[in-house]
Design a binder for this molecule. Structure first.
Ligand code: AMP
Ligand code: ZN
Length: 146
């Protein structure tokens, strides 16, 4: 695969070795390294080795290449520590969605207990929805595939 870099991108600098990282895995297509924040111990980022800002910019080939590697890396992170009982895989797209580095990345966040340092809130708004509302949203999204 050919790799495009953005000279101002911190993750491209990590790929090029201009900034150090605690790399746990890399091949021609992806790099996995410890997230500096260590939200929980073992918190790892998986990034494509080509500069792509967010999920919306992936083509099918890049998606197939990157996504194919994630389960293997997730298993390695999990198997490295017997205290890990689960894992959240998180991909933020856009500032409003908490993206702060605009080189696409997947957070592998090991989970230890429901009292560890990772939280995710899915509010249940179903009481505010009826069939017409669901169907209107469904139709709007379906129309984008035409
Ligand atoms: P996001 O907020 O989803 O864009 O995530 C960006 C992540 O990159 C944050 O969790 C940061 O802790 C992490 N990060 C930023 N700079 C570095 C770095 N130099 N090495 C490792 N992780 C980093
Ligand atoms: Zn980049």
């Amino acid at each position: 695969m050919t790799h495009d870099y953005d000279d101002d991108c911190i993750f491209c600098k990590i790929i090029k070795g201009e900034i150090p990282s605690y790399t746990v895995y890399e091949d021609d297509d992806v790099k996995a390294f410890l997230d500096i924040s260590q939200g929980t111990p073992g918190h790892t980022l998986v990034i494509p080795k080509t500069h792509v800002p967010d999920i919306f910019a992936y083509d099918a080939d890049l998606a197939a290449t990157v996504f194919a590697k994630i389960p293997m890396i997730a298993r390695a992170v999990r198997d490295a520590n017997p205290a890990i009982n689960g894992m959240n895989i998180v991909n933020n797209n856009g500032e409003v969605a908490y993206q702060s580095v605009f080189h696409s990345h997947f957070h592998l966040v090991p989970r230890y207990t429901d009292q560890d340092d990772f939280k995710m809130l899915f509010k249940d708004n179903s009481a505010n929805y009826d069939d017409a509302k669901y169907a209107a949203i469904q139709a709007q999204i379906q129309a984008q595939f035409n």
